[in-house]
Design a protein around this ligand. Structure first.
Ligand code: SAM
Length: 282
């Protein structure tokens, strides 16, 4: 096999070491050097599989510089594997900067797919949605987290988040308040590990459930939130109704309907029907 001059982006286990793929092992054995998010962590993985290989650090803070060094090696004909601490590089992990630089230099980048927590969680959630939106980590600051959730609130796709144990209660509290208490939440914790837990409940129930047992707040989390319910074509959103009500107080019906449609993008016919109902019930 000739690996010369290619960058292999290699997925590694997210817990259970048996999840490494045969191809990942073969690539890790044969490349000239392995670029790793944390060389100590990857040494442990390599030792487990009796692989001895030169390791170079590529973490969030040195990724640009590391990319230059890796480029030189690749251009000199060496083959390089890129791994992160767990799962697939570039998925809420370093990797994208190196990959972009290597691709820009016209060097071959080869995916060696395998575990990713987002896919493992989706696979056991039993959500038949046609699509999902993977967000990764929400911002750590409460204000930014809430505005991010606000921006996602009407997305008609399953929402997938990564979360750290010390923030899971705060995040779920904000999700319930902003996305709605009735939406279903799947908590996928410690996947492929000893304390693997996959639990489904509503967002409204979730904080009490997490707080009832501190063990449920430990480890690594993927949170999957049911999609927003589809907006009926003719339905008027709560915001559009609020605008219409305000305008009806000051303007004749037709004018209020036209302005409300311009402001909110709601359908004029639907607003007109609603305006008539509102006038008749006044
Ligand atoms: N690159 C990884 C992947 O492909 O999934 C993700 C790395 S990111 C730095 C780490 C986060 O992924 C954790 O905080 C958690 O949200 C999620 N994660 C990783 N392993 C997990 C596991 N075994 N069970 C649940 N979530 C996990």
């Amino acid at each position: 096999m000739n690996h010369s001059g290619s960058l292999y982006v290699v997925a590694t286990p997210i817990g259970n070491l048996q999840d490494i793929t045969l191809r990942a092992l073969e690539v890790l054995k044969h490349v000239d050097v392995i670029a790793a998010e944390d060389t100590r962590h990857t040494s442990g993985l390599l030792a487990h599989f009796a692989i001895q290989k030169k390791l170079l650090p590529v973490h969030e803070h040195n990724e640009r510089k590391a990319a230059e060094q890796l480029l030189q090696r690749l251009q000199a004909g060496e083959s390089v594997a890129l791994v992160s601490d767990a799962g697939t590089p570039g998925i809420s992990d370093p990797g994208a900067v190196v990959v972009a630089a290597v691709r820009a230099a016209g060097i071959k980048v080869v995916p060696v797919p395998g575990p990713a927590a987002v896919i493992a969680a989706m696979s056991v959630a039993g959500i038949a949605a046609s699509g999902f939106y993977f967000h990764g980590f929400l911002p750590a600051s409460g204000g930014q987290r809430r505005s991010t959730l606000q921006a996602l609130a009407s997305l008609e796709s399953t929402l997938v988040f990564y979360e750290a144990p010390h923030r899971v209660v705060d995040s779920v509290t904000d999700m319930a308040a902003i996305l709605g208490h009735d939406r279903k939440l799947t908590i996928a914790r410690e996947l492929t590990k000893t304390f693997e837990t996959i639990h489904q409940l509503t967002l409204g129930e979730a904080v009490a459930w997490l707080e009832a047992d501190s063990n449920q707040q430990r480890g690594e989390f993927v949170l999957l939130v049911e999609a927003a319910p589809p907006v009926e074509e003719q339905a008027v959103s709560a915001e559009a109704e609020r605008v219409l009500r305000l305008l009806l107080e000051a303007l004749p019906l037709k004018q209020a309907v036209k302005l409300a449609a311009d402001i909110t993008d709601a359908k004029k016919n639907a607003l007109y029907e609603l305006a008539l109902t509102l006038k008749n019930t006044d």
